[in-house]
Design a protein around this ligand. Structure first.
Ligand code: HEM
Length: 180
């Protein structure tokens, strides 16, 4: 997985908790190094180990941790890929264009990059249905990213995010509605 995600996870733990928590997390997860370069790609297993280690350390379920982390990721991801954003996009439009614009660019950058496939259908003017497909089973991170987008676009009060399947499968469905 993309080094940026690891770098941001490290910063998340260091700012939400502290540096010693990060060092302990590396130890609990069995990782030798916590130095990540945002231009490198690291084994997915390291991410699973960190998420699992964090769940054991805090007693917070892995899915809840991934959701929180997903929310945290959004401003940085949008900062990095901000040139691709269209000014008229809000939360639902951003979701509709993630696959063909954002994740497409991520795939082009490095052949080892493999963001999840997102099939997005516009069900109504105020509703989209996301079908997340990834062997990484990180649907909870997807739910968090959607919540983070709603905050980013100043729509947190109006956007309702509702997974309609389990979040830990290879196929996860997420319904996103905007209340008018
Ligand atoms: C809005 C702009 C977005 C950007 C710039 C972005 C970028 C990225 C990048 C760089 C990765 C790492 C890929 C890799 O390591 O191979 C990634 C992974 C991921 N993205 Fe996005 N993403 C965006 C939106 C979304 C949205 C809207 C969702 C969900 C609805 C989403 C769900 C995920 C998930 C769950 C992963 C983790 C890998 C996996 O599950 O297979 N992303 N994204």
């Amino acid at each position: 997985m993309h080094g940026t995600i690891f770098t941001l996870l490290k910063r998340y733990v260091q700012t939400q908790y502290d540096h010693s928590t990060w060092v302990k997390l590396l130890e609990v997860s069995g990782l030798e190094s916590g130095d990540f370069d945002h231009k490198q790609v690291y084994p997915d297993e390291h991410m699973y180990a960190l998420v699992g280690g964090a769940a054991r350390m805090t007693g917070i379920p892995a899915e809840e941790l991934q959701e929180k982390f997903g929310e945290y990721l959004v401003p940085d991801l949008l900062y990095m890929y901000g040139k691709l954003l269209q000014p008229e996009w809000r939360t639902l439009e951003m979701i509709e264009h993630t696959e063909t614009v954002m994740h497409k660019r991520v795939r082009e950058e490095h052949q080892e990059n493999a963001p999840p496939v997102l099939h997005v259908s516009r069900m109504a003017a105020n509703e989209v249905l996301i079908e997340y497909v990834s062997k990484r089973r990180m649907g909870a991170l997807a739910v968090g990213i959607v919540r983070g987008l709603a905050v980013y676009f100043d729509e947190a009060e109006q956007i309702v995010v509702e997974p309609t399947t389990r979040e830990d499968g290879q196929h996860v469905q997420i319904r996103v509605r905007r209340l008018s």
